[in-house]
Design a binder for this molecule. Structure first.
Ligand SMILES: CSC[C@H]1O[C@H](OP(=O)(O)O)[C@H](O)[C@@H]1O
Length: 342
């Protein structure tokens, strides 16, 4: 398979390398990813994370395994093992459905490689289109608030919500970004802060609990977040804490935008209640860990509730900023979300 480079994935000499996103920003640790069990572990521990990136890494590994001679039936098993690695982000399921179709072909080795690389190229283009549509919504002097991490680390391109912020900043319309640290795994404090620093985009890091008072002080002009799955009715599953931001934005009359590829919309999922929400390990809440080691502050036997995502109902969303354009609340109320994608 040809060499490939994204912010957090590489193909070199037919080997997949991943940038350990749990080690960032203290360490840029590239790790070989040789087989399914390693990738599943990287995905489950969020060394590989971000809805688009999870799907792309799984697709690229399957293509590499085929090139190394893995039998078709083993590849089918590998594909389904990867599908089960994280349940919420629909990108993984969509990508693997396409890889499964490639696996049915007679020359499946070639078909898998072509499809995996096509998915990477498509994601890059999707990011650019999302960013272009979204940047038009960012007015001069905007102070934008974002949650979790939705940049180049999480995609093959410029990102989704952070892609919009990046392009709007290039157009001179972003005064600064408020970055939610995003407990429990601190994707904002570790990854978005790192990415915006690398891009020289002015930001201030905040604890998630600080967003409300910033909005009350009229210091936030819009909220931009990503999505892991958009239900047929426009409800959105995204990193835990997104729903509370949407409620706060509604209360304060602040626009709340979701940026995502159109493929994140899942017409088979009727509404937010039908989106599977991943429950995660208690130790992520009773303490924190990273390349610096780990520290636990709560009792180790503390009872913990740790859903990785929450659901924001469509009524709280000002616009779904997709690669195909911006879907409006009126279109969603009219139940024509899908048609709006045409
Ligand atoms: C463009 S990434 C979309 C989505 O993925 C993140 O979740 P995680 O860090 O657990 O993989 C977050 O929900 C982002 O909004």
């Amino acid at each position: 398979m040809q060499s490939l480079t994204t912010t957090s994935l590489r193909i070199r000499e037919n080997q997949l390398w991943i940038l350990d996103q749990q080690a960032l920003p203290q360490q840029s640790d590239w790790r070989e990813c040789r087989d399914v069990s390693e990738l599943v572990d990287h995905i489950r521990t969020l060394r590989v994370r971000g809805a688009p990136l999870i799907g792309l890494s799984a697709s690229l590994l399957l293509a590499l395994l085929a090139e190394r001679g893995m039998a078709q039936d083993e590849l089918h098993q590998a594909l389904e093992t990867l599908r089960a690695s994280r349940p919420t982000a629909v990108n993984l399921m969509n990508n693997l459905d396409r890889m499964k179709a490639a696996l049915q072909q007679s020359d499946y080795v070639k078909a898998l490689a072509e499809e995996a690389l096509r998915l990477v190229d498509e994601d890059r283009a999707l990011c650019e289109s999302i960013a272009a549509h979204g940047a038009k919504l960012v007015t001069p002097g905007s102070r934008l608030l974002t949650h979790c991490n939705t940049g180049g680390l999480a995609t093959a391109g410029v990102g989704t919500a952070i892609g919009v912020i990046r392009r709007a900043h290039e157009q001179g319309n972003v005064e600064q970004v408020w970055v939610d640290e995003t407990r429990p795994l601190l994707q904002g404090g570790r990854l978005t802060a790192w990415e915006l620093g690398e891009l020289s985009i002015p930001y201030q890091l905040i604890c998630d609990s600080m967003a409300a008072s910033l909005m009350a002080q009229k210091r936030v002009d819009a909220v931009w977040v990503g999505a892991d799955r958009i239900a047929a009715n426009g409800d959105v599953a995204n990193k835990i804490g997104t729903y509370s931001l949407a409620v706060l934005a509604k209360y304060h009359g602040i626009p709340f935008y979701v940026a995502a590829p159109h493929t994140t919309h899942d017409p088979q999922c009727p509404n937010g209640a039908a989106i599977p929400i991943e429950q995660r390990d208690a130790r992520e809440v009773t303490g924190v860990s990273g390349s610096f080691g780990s520290v636990q502050w709560a009792p180790l036997d503390a009872q913990v509730y740790n859903p990785a995502f929450d659901v924001t109902p469509a009524e709280l969303i000002s616009g779904w900023v997709l690669d195909v354009g911006v879907v409006t609340p009126d279109q969603v109320r009219e139940g024509i979300f899908r048609q709006a994608l045409q």
